[in-house]
Design a protein around this ligand. Structure first.
Ligand SMILES: Nc1ncnc2c1ncn2[C@@H]1O[C@H](COP(=O)(O)OP(=O)(O)O)[C@@H](O)[C@H]1O
Ligand SMILES: [Mg+2]
Length: 220
């Protein structure tokens, strides 16, 4: 699904150049559940952003299903992201001014999915994640664990090819962390490809493979 060769990312700020990813070679197959681990500042989030088309490549190649994402213009990257990627963030990234139902439904509106189909998808995935009883509530009224389940329901309703998660349990207590781990395990078992950044060895333990990065390089 993903093949990177010599992938380099440099952030430039005036005369300062910060080479964050240094010639990364990486292959991820469809159906894998991969953890990306490494110390703070090692480039984990940058790598995830590039995989998800949120950031461009400075040098090297990034192929997604044999398509050259590294050559894409901003407009094409945006389309690539919409078509293929679902994101789960540490801070849940829910919209606070609309209820849980609308939070899950919003990406489907943008895709012009028919209304009855949206209702079906929202209800089905809310049920799957055990949040069907809070659909009319606002995100702020939910616990952190419930908010994260709402964010995961939103991604599942979109049925993206690839799910990316950046520290999805980083803001959760132990009980909610275990709950989210169970959910991600089930999502993976249902056939989804997941790439997750975490610094928690226990969380990484549910993945089928761990990629460790240090100082912008993949450790073997
Ligand atoms: N948008 C950006 N502009 C400039 N520098 C950035 C940007 N994003 C990340 N960096 C820098 O890249 C390095 C790696 O950051 P990051 O990928 O967030 O690391 P991690 O997620 O492993 O903690 C850091 O030095 C950070 O300051
Ligand atoms: Mg990070």
């Amino acid at each position: 699904m993903i093949e990177m060769k010599g992938l380099t990312k440099v952030y430039t700020n005036g005369k300062n150049k910060n080479e964050v990813l240094k010639s990364i070679d990486l292959t991820i197959e469809e159906g894998e559940f991969v953890a990306i681990m490494g110390t703070s500042g090692s480039g984990k989030s940058t790598l995830l952003s590039i995989i998800g088309g949120m950031d461009n490549v400075t040098e090297g190649t990034y192929m997604f299903e044999d398509k050259p994402v590294h050559t894409y213009s901003q407009k094409k990257l945006d389309q690539f992201r919409k078509d293929n990627i679902g994101f789960v963030f540490q801070n849940f990234a829910l919209m606070n001014y609309v209820n849980v139902y609308d939070n899950i439904a919003m990406p489907l509106w943008n895709r012009k999915t028919p209304k009855h189909k949206i209702k079906e998808l929202v209800n089905e995935n809310a049920k799957l994640l055990g949040i069907e009883h809070v659909l009319k509530q606002m995100p702020k009224q939910l616990s952190g664990g419930e908010q994260q389940r709402c964010a995961i329901a939103r991604v599942l309703a979109m049925d993206s090819k690839l799910i990316l998660a950046d520290e999805p349990t980083g803001a959760l207590d132990q009980k909610n962390t275990e709950n989210i781990m169970d959910i991600l395990k089930k999502v993976h078992e249902s056939g989804k490809t997941i790439v997750m950044v975490t610094h928690d060895e226990q969380v990484a333990g549910i993945c089928s493979r761990i990629i460790r990065i240090q100082d912008g390089k993949v450790l073997e």
